[in-house]
Design a protein around this ligand. Structure first.
Ligand code: FAD
Length: 357
């Protein structure tokens, strides 16, 4: 791959669903990929964060994965993709064909370390040097910023602790006593996978699990979750957890897990000790591993020199645009943090960019 151009009009950081969607619309507006705009991604391959997800994760086991804009032209659709294959493989392959079909040239692996303001221009510092640009679209997702809440004793634990981002497969926990922390779909997936592999399995959650009676996420809960995210983003506040807005769909698989007792969460432990966890009633359980399925935060470290962060803990963003610096767009942030939201972001942001150029 040739080197990243030193100058362009738009730099898109991240080639996941959000970055590709923005790139698709920029190209439709007749900007030339690789010269008028440049897509940078630190991943070794196609697929955005999906390329790193654990093998047992299948499409449709969490929520619906929406096709990228214009994807029907490639003859592919996630709706009819093979659900026996790992989601990581399918998404990687479909994104690769999408990038090829639309000539969306992605420079990878290129890590963006910082973005800073140089008067009229922005400078994107990356593994191959610097690129001077007028506009930056940050589409870096959340996978690189795993969140683990603090609990007393967490650093004393002698067993294994890992976050969703490090989970590979249930086999690693064969014969172990495992605690899974978190109230989202990842926690549910891990518990169902570990059920017949771990020697002991406990689910804990900081709040009661909100199981929907419907088989899938109701449109109302989806809308409510998106508007909570939007309100926080506009206010420049830290983003709320997505699952606190959506809950978990009581699919047949989930209902059967509840029935068997594996999907019954108990309230959080009060402390982690060297060999296990202490419960609110003072009792103790020995534990070999704790899996923190406690979510992610937006990955924005490289934007720190721009000083976009508000006192409320987030960045003020409306319709994908920073309210502090109109040259900065955030695709896939807050209300756009789903595959369908990322698609919408693409169109919305590309239009605003064209109005500025
Ligand atoms: P990502 O896919 O994370 O892409 C971001 C890209 O930015 C990556 O390729 C990364 O390499 C790159 N990057 C990051 N930092 C840098 C940097 N500093 N320099 C260069 N490149 C960088 N959504 C759904 O709609 N349906 C689902 O079923 C679903 N399941 C999910 C399951 C899990 C376990 C998780 C964690 C999320 C799930 N989501 C789902 C949410 C989903 O990840 C998003 O909807 C969508 O795929 C995110 O796209 P994105 O482009 O914003 O981010």
């Amino acid at each position: 791959m040739s080197s990243v151009p030193p100058q362009t009009q738009v730099v898109v950081i991240g080639a996941g669903q959000a970055g590709l969607s923005v790139a698709y619309y920029l190209r439709r507006f007749e900007l030339e990929p690789g010269s008028d705009f440049v897509l940078l991604d630190r991943g070794p391959s196609t697929g955005g964060a999906w390329q790193f997800r654990w093998d047992a994760l299948r499409l449709g086991s969490a929520h619906r994965v929406s096709d990228l804009p214009g994807m029907s032209e490639t003859g592919l659709s996630f709706d009819v993709a093979d659900r026996t294959r790992p989601a990581s493989e399918i998404v990687g392959e479909y994104y690769r064909r999408y990038e090829e079909h639309f000539g969306l040239r992605v420079f990878r692996p290129v890590v963006v370390s910082s973005v800073f303001d140089r008067g009229a221009d922005l400078v994107v510092a990356h593994g191959s040097g610097e690129t001077v640009t007028r506009i930056v679209v940050n589409a870096t997702g959340t996978w690189g910023a795993p969140f683990v809440p603090y609990y007393p004793g967490i650093r004393e634990f002698r067993g294994r602790q890992l976050h969703t981002a490090e989970y590979v497969s249930a086999e690693e926990f064969a014969g172990q006593r495992v605690v899974v922390v978190g109230g989202g779909t990842s926690a549910v997936g891990f518990l169902l996978e570990l059920e017949h592999v771990a020697s002991g399995l406990t689910w804990v959650s900081r709040r009661p699990i909100d199981f929907h009676e419907d088989n899938e996420l109701s449109p109302e809960s989806g809308v409510a979750a998106v508007s909570m995210q939007d309100a926080a983003a506009r206010a420049g506040a830290a983003l709320p957890s997505i699952v606190s807005g959506t809950g978990i769909a009581r699919t047949r698989r989930v209902a059967a897990g509840i029935e068997r007792g594996v999907l019954v969460a108990r309230p959080m432990f009060t402390a982690v000790e060297q060999n296990g966890v202490r419960w609110p009633d003072g009792t103790f359980s020995e534990v070999d591993a704790i899996i923190w399925a406690t979510g992610f935060r937006p990955e924005l470290r490289h934007l720190a020199p721009l000083r976009l962060r508000e006192k409320a803990g987030g960045i003020s963003v409306g319709s994908g645009a920073s309210w502090t610096d109109p040259r900065i767009f955030l695709a896939g942030y807050g209300p756009q943090a789903s595959t369908i939201g990322a698609n919408r972001a693409g169109r919305m942001i590309a239009r605003q960019i064209m109005a500025q150029l």
